[in-house]
Design a protein around this ligand. Structure first.
Ligand SMILES: *[C@@H]1O[C@H](CO)[C@@H](O)[C@H](O)[C@H]1NC(C)=O
Ligand SMILES: *[C@@H]1O[C@H](CO)[C@@H](O)[C@H](O)[C@H]1NC(C)=O
Length: 925
């Protein structure tokens, strides 16, 4: 079986035919609960609220809900549930529903939330005609209809913004014990096939708890589109799924994944947003089990059910969704918006924003499977200098280890890792090495022996150490649910335990879906067992979690342990950088994410934009795709365009498959190398802009890479644009992602407010007016700076970002129609946590025709930067000033200015103001 699987993989790779083998992955029909629930379409919901049980305590409201037998005259109560509605700060509600006295607890996702949500008081404001109304302190209401149960969330205008169970698809499969059940006549009720076991291909899932799935329909009146639930390869705006597969959320290592697909891939973030002209709202489905999501957008002309038509009453705008999970409980956060920025923030408020990354990680990364030995690493490192291309990080994939035993080195090929690292750091460069969660089962390997002896591995369905097949061959998987296993794993990152590493060696956690080559759907069997806190008298199925409950969260447990280990190894002094492939809600608190094993095809380059936009609005801003494509070889034009696109995406790393031709930038024709050099230099020139964006993200939780509708929520044309985006609110980026392009369509948003967009190459302004055709040659990257913004640049390009730390700034000011502009800048040491002790500068720039100022937002915080301003470029000048004078401290200096282009670009030469203190430049006319 094992060898068969590998042979298959090899055959596929050799045959040259590219594409996913769909047979390896389940369709909804092959996933028992998805098939069951999708077929479940009752005319009327069996769930009925019992208002007599109502209870309110601070921000929490409780109510019993009964599942009744609608056929029986007395409406016999079949199962009882308790419904909990919480009011939370920042216009957020939470709804939970679980059995009263469940047979055993259902799993509640443990790591997605950053902290316990903060309550906002709720009160009952009315109860009549079978409806009960709750209100939070911000004027949002929750209207609960008793029979059948329906829950509506009303915006400040009293309009329904989100509605649960309007289509009667709420369901919580009751937990039952495996014993024969009889009806009132004593007849045995046959179990539905698959209840106590399911098969997929040659795999059997023993399902010791039987069926425990949940389902809920969530409607969004007035919505034009819904977004979110990454990770998929299709468009940012989600498609109607009525006549096809639902969107699937199940972290999987999908070999040669396909484009334009709703298939599950590596990550699963169950947050969904609905946007329309009226409002933006969102829901976060707090569940780590396999989940499928159906979408029906009324505007697509899809008849969902007669009921929906009744409900919408001919309304044109509405999107209905339905979440189905294999296990867990109904636990949903509702974000009341009301703008896109509000809902994105409301989500990161719960699950956290990415902390400020170490600065180098925002620069360029060079990876390959594999740089084969120390000489290879040295050669690559040197070649960046020889070809004058900046780079910050060299990466080592799995081959650096002693035969795939993590935390070891192949001593033949890497005999001097410490010296190799020292050679990199001498140039301000870093090393990233891979550490996967599968552990080679080899006698004598310390990690395997310790984990076996101490019981740190995930167990199979019978309680023995689970054995799967991955890169090392026979492998077992650490069970991070066991706090001892997590502590043990974290300690492996100590410098003394991982010789050759130091603070400049960072970590890549790959294969953490987890990938199991011979497992069902190339992952871990769902009936594997995870550790659970032992409890007196609790045994059997209640004494462990099944992998099915936690699957999508496994990678998050993995990177959390890595993160802890990297903090501890330096006594919490340095910020870790971690890259993960598996992703879940909350991943952003620990790691960056890349879109996995893509291919050197134009389609994958194009897909990198919507994929990262979708991850970005789901909290994961630090996102990128393998530049050049992982599988296959990118010819010069594709490679050039990919570098140009990657230079403007948050995580910028080239990577390639071991069987592809080498493709470092200097291996192309000199003209191509020059274009790649130019793209990388553009990245480095903007390194402090990126760093400032990530600082601001850490504070406000807003995406760094933004869909246009976030900034222009009332402009309908932006709702479906996903081939261009904004960086912060300042740069508009439209990468060229097609072959032989001589022009591209660029949408310039903000026409109704006379927004100006300045081409960053020419400073040519353009008044926003929707789509325009822009000529592009191979050197052109269509990037536009918004009128009214100020962006800091560093134009003395060096070998690495660290060597640029003290370099002077060029400030680019692009004026809006009112001749004003603002911007910001964040500076700290780039690698420690000293910023928490106020050792940083966060400054605002402001330009008016009279003056330009640089002021500290927090005047108690400061950082002794050596950087200064060497140039200010002001584009869009209508009347040039006659004189300019710098004021800093006691100093006043007259400055020189020159005019350029059609006299609308003013350059203030060498203001020489230090950035360590505020300054002001006054202009006179
Ligand atoms: C480090 O650099 C020195 C000087 O260039 C070189 O001799 C040595 O081989 C390098 N070591 C490694 C491990 O790359
Ligand atoms: C210009 O200023 C006016 C008045 O303050 C304001 O309403 C308008 O939005 C501004 N325009 C731009 C493009 O910023």
């Amino acid at each position: 079986m094992k060898s068969l699987c590998l042979i298959l993989v090899v055959l596929l790779a050799l045959s040259g035919s590219f594409g996913v083998d769909r047979n390896n992955f389940k369709s909804c029909d092959q996933s028992g609960f998805c098939k069951r629930l999708r077929a479940f379409k009752p005319e009327r919901s069996q769930y009925v609220a019992d208002f007599s049980t109502q209870m309110l305590h601070d921000n929490m409201f409780f109510l019993d809900v009964n599942m009744v037998d609608l056929e029986s005259e007395k409406r016999t109560v079949l199962f009882r549930y308790v419904l909990k509605v919480s009011g939370l700060v920042d216009n957020t509600f939470r709804v939970e529903m679980e059995e009263v006295n469940p047979l055993y607890p259902r799993y509640i996702t443990l790591l997605a939330l950053k902290d316990s949500p903060i309550g906002d008081n709720l009160k009952v404001i009315s109860k009549k005609d079978g409806k009960l109304t709750l209100a939070n302190t911000k004027g949002h209401r929750v209207v609960i209809t008793a029979d059948p149960l329906k829950i509506e969330f009303l915006d400040k205008n009293g309009e329904v913004a989100v509605v649960f169970n309007e289509n009667s698809l709420m369901h919580v499969e009751p937990l039952v014990t495996k014993q024969e059940r009889t009806d009132e006549n004593g007849e045995i009720i046959p179990e539905e096939e698959g209840t106590w076991g399911e098969n997929f291909k040659s795999h059997h899932d023993s399902k010791p708890r039987g069926n425990e799935a949940i389902s809920l329909d969530i409607g969004f009146p007035d919505a034009d589109h819904v977004y979110g639930i990454p990770e998929h390869t299709d468009k940012l705006a989600l498609a109607t799924t009525t006549s096809g597969e639902p969107y699937r959320l199940y972290n999987l290592d999908v070999f040669e994944y396909e484009l334009d697909s709703r298939m599950a891939i590596y990550g699963a973030v169950p947050v969904l947003y609905a946007h329309g002209l009226k409002r933006t709202v969102g829901v976060f489905w707090h569940n780590s089990a396999e989940t499928w999501v159906d979408v029906a957008n009324i505007a697509d002309g899809t008849v969902v059910s007669s009921l929906v038509n009744l409900v919408t009453g001919g309304q044109k705008r509405r999107v209905d969704t339905r979440f189905m999970s294999e296990s867990g409980l109904i636990d949903v956060f509702i974000f009341m918006g009301d703008s896109p920025s509000d809902v994105f923030r409301q989500y990161t408020r719960l699950t956290g924003a990415a902390p400020i990354p170490p600065k180098f990680s925002l620069a360029y990364h060079q990876c390959r499977w594999n740089y084969v030995d120390e000489a290879d690493v040295r050669g690559v490192d040197d070649n960046f200098d020889t070809h004058d291309i900046p780079a910050d990080v060299i990466w080592l994939d799995i081959e650096y280890t002693d035969r795939k035993k993590y935390f070891t080195w192949d001593v033949e090929k890497f005999p001097h890792p410490a010296q190799m690292v020292a050679n990199l750091t001498a140039k301000g460069r870093k090393l990233v090495v891979i550490i996967d969660p599968h552990i080679k089962r080899e006698a004598g390997y310390f990690l395997h022996e310790d984990a076996t002896e101490k019981g740190y591995y995930v167990k199979d369905k019978d309680g023995k150490d689970y054995e799967g097949w991955c890169w090392p061959g026979s492998s077992s998987y650490l069970d991070f649910f066991n706090p001892e296993a997590t502590r043990y794993y974290s300690e492996r990152y100590k410098f003394e335990n991982f010789p050759g590493t130091n603070k400049d060696v960072h970590i890549w956690n790959d294969m953490n879906e987890p990938s199991v080559f011979n497992g069902p759907e190339i992952t871990m069997p769902k009936d594997c067992r995870h550790w659970k806190e032992p409890q007196e008298g609790v045994e059997g199925i209640a004494s462990y979690w099944e992998h099915r409950h936690i699957h999508n969260e496994y990678g998050l447990w993995n990177i959390r342990a890595t993160h802890q280990g990297m903090l501890d190894r330096s006594d919490k002094k340095y910020r870790p950088f971690i890259l993960t492939r598996s992703a879940f809600a909350g991943t952003q608190r620990y790691a960056a994410v890349w879109t996995g094993d893509n291919a050197a095809e134009w389609g994958f380059l194009a897909a990198s934009v919507p994929m990262c936009l979708s991850l970005g609005i789901a909290g994961i801003s630090f996102c990128g795709s393998d530049v050049g494509g992982f599988f296959k070889y990118p010819e010069a034009e594709l490679m050039t365009r990919w570098y140009q696109a990657g230079a403007f995406q948050p995580f910028f790393r080239a990577h390639s498959h071991i069987e592809t031709k080498r493709r470092e930038p200097w291996l192309y024709e000199p003209a191509t190398t020059a274009l790649i050099r130019d793209a990388n230099r553009r990245r480095y020139a903007l390194i402090d802009f990126w760093y400032t964006l990530f600082y601001e993200h850490s504070r406000d939780g807003l995406p760094v890479m933004r869909p246009l509708f976030q900034e222009f929520p009332k402009e309908e044309a932006t709702f479906t644009i996903d081939d261009q985006y904004l960086l912060g609110d300042k740069l508009l980026v439209r990468p060229v992602v097609t072959a032989a392009a001589t022009s591209v369509q660029v949408y310039f948003p903000g026409g109704d407010t006379n927004t100006l967009w300045y081409d960053v190459d020419s400073y040519q302004p353009r008044v926003a007016n929707g789509y325009a055709n822009i000529d592009v040659n191979i050197a052109k990257i269509p990037v536009y700076q918004r009128g009214g913004s100020i962006i800091p640049r560093k134009e003395r390009v060096r070998r690495s970002s660290q060597l640029m730390a003290d370099d002077p700034y060029t400030l680019v000011v692009t004026l809006d129609a009112n001749n004003t502009a603002t911007g910001s800048l964040y500076i700290d040491d780039g690698e420690t946590y000293e910023y928490k002790k106020k050792k940083y500068i966060y400054a605002k720039f402001s330009y008016t025709t009279e003056e330009m100022t640089y002021t500290f937002v927090n005047d108690k915080a400061t950082y002794p930067t050596l950087s200064w301003v060497e140039r200010i470029v002001i584009a869009g000048i209508k009347v040039p000033p006659k004189t300019a004078k710098l004021h800093q401290g006691d100093k006043q200096v007259a400055l020189q200015m020159t005019l350029h282009r059609g006299n609308d670009v003013l350059v203030v030469r060498k203001p020489a103001a230090t950035m360590a203190q505020p300054w002001k430049i006054t202009f006179s006319y």
